[in-house]
Design a protein around this ligand. Structure first.
Ligand code: CTP
Length: 410
């Protein structure tokens, strides 16, 4: 199942160098199952041709040569009415400073602005992806326009920061197509954790032996990152405490990178005090070397590895679950169990041992590094399976489950 299956968008392009990214966005939307009707302003036509957008969207482009907003290709000549009524959203990407100003005033002298004004405001959301020079972006007029457009019901998808086509560096670049796609997908997810604060631990930990060696495990962090993303999509404020993994941070998620189990505990405890939900997906090393050598341990010629002493790491989930906030239920704690066999028996025992209301079991070796998984939910009443699916789909189901169990979605 693709994330935007059955959705239909009007993709509006106003004039700006970021039009080249709109081509990629169009492809990305279609790849996720959406259909796309492109509408361009005349200025956009200076940066990218309607032919390119027609080929990518598989539909004739509107607007680029019909300055008036009327078009003989539509039986009633009114594409601003017809095309806006069939859309699940109008996405303007890039949205220039000039186009924002135009929208703000309700001007309608080209098809795209006319369509934005004529859209049924309660049914067809307007998503704007601004793109402009950093001075234009920072200008009080643009900031004022953005605030007013938000108050008028538009959703501003934010801007990126970095090197700009004009040679300057700063805020105002259009978000990259994958970022826009993530935000658009998130926009349509039910907001079942709106206003809740969710804390997630993810990935392996790294326990140093000496400055160049350490002990870790095969956890990729993908399940935890998917849960952080799903919680954010559901409207939560999300903090992700991540061990060493090479994964991009989900959009809108606050990430704290840590190395060892003790670092993870230190980062987690203060956040747990501020959270409503804690999901521990991290594969925390159970043991760490009792001491870390200050210099690289060299071979001594004996042919034997030097003896290492180990000491047990703190149990982060149990510590948080048994803290006053966890024990009282003010913080809803969810544990994970990565097992290699006897999943149900181990998961049931682990739930009781950790003192959590919900524990999610999975077969570790079958899922480490993979994009899919199958989960077993274990609570005091019994068990329920979540059939094999992508980690993001499972994460969304788990978030819906947490919402129901905490009464957040009520
Ligand atoms: N966990 C934790 N801190 C630890 C160990 C585990 O927070 N030091 C959390 C994990 O994030 C997971 C749950 O506890 O949510 C279970 O982790 P798992 O490694 O499966 O269990 P262990 O307690 O290590 O038990 P065992 O090794 O005996 O299976």
């Amino acid at each position: 199942m693709t994330d935007l299956a059955g959705k239909h968008f009007v993709l509006g392009l106003s004039g700006g160098i970021a039009c080249y990214k709109a081509a990629e966005l169009c492809r990305a939307l279609i790849k996720q199952g959406a259909t796309v009707q492109v509408v361009m302003t005349q200025a956009a036509g200076q940066f990218i041709t309607p032919v390119t957008m027609q080929a990518l969207s598989n539909r004739p482009v509107f607007g680029s040569h019909d300055v008036s907003g009327f078009d003989a290709r539509e039986a009633n000549g009114m594409p601003h009415i017809n095309l806006s009524r069939e859309a699940d959203a109008i996405i303007v990407a890039p949205c220039s400073a000039d186009f924002m100003a135009k929208l703000l005033h309700g001007r309608a002298d080209d098809l795209l602005s006319l369509m934005c004004l004529a859209r049924p405001i309660g049914q067809v959301p307007l998503l704007l992806a601004p793109a402009m020079n950093r001075e234009m972006w920072a200008h009080p007029a643009t900031q004022r326009n953005m605030a007013q457009l938000t108050a008028d019901g538009a959703t501003i998808l934010g801007v990126g920061s970095g090197f700009q086509a004009c040679g300057e560096t700063g805020d105002g670049r259009m978000l990259e197509p994958p970022e826009l796609l993530e935000d658009i997908v998130a926009f349509f997810q039910p907001k079942v954790l709106a206003g809740r604060r969710v804390l997630v631990t993810a990935g392996p930990t790294w326990e140093s032996i000496d400055p160049v060696r350490g002990i870790t495990n095969l956890s990729s962090g993908k399940m935890g990152f998917a849960i952080a993303r799903a919680a954010r999509e559901a409207g939560a404020e999300v903090t992700l405490v991540a061990g060493p993994v090479h994964l991009p941070t989900p959009r809108g998620v606050r990430r704290i990178d840590v190395q060892s189990a003790r670092d993870m505990l230190a980062a987690t405890l203060p956040c747990a005090e501020q959270s409503d939900v804690f999901v521990a997906t991290a594969a925390v090393a159970d043991w760490r070397p009792a001491s870390t050598a200050g210099e690289k341990i060299k071979k001594d010629g004996s042919g034997h590895m030097p003896q290492l002493q180990f000491t047990e790491n703190p149990d982060i989930l149990a510590t948080v679950a048994q803290s006053p906030r966890g024990a009282s239920g003010a913080l809803f704690c969810v544990g994970f169990a990565a097992e290699s066999h006897d999943l149900e028996a181990h998961a049931r025992a682990k739930r009781v041992r950790k003192g959590v209301p919900l524990l999610v079991g999975n077969i570790g070796p079958a899922t480490f590094g993979a994009d899919d998984n199958a989960l077993l939910l274990v609570d005091a009443q019994g068990t329920r399976e979540l059939a094999r699916a992508t980690k993001l789909e499972l994460a969304r189901k788990l978030i819906a489950e947490i919402s129901t169990r905490t009464g957040a979605g009520a």
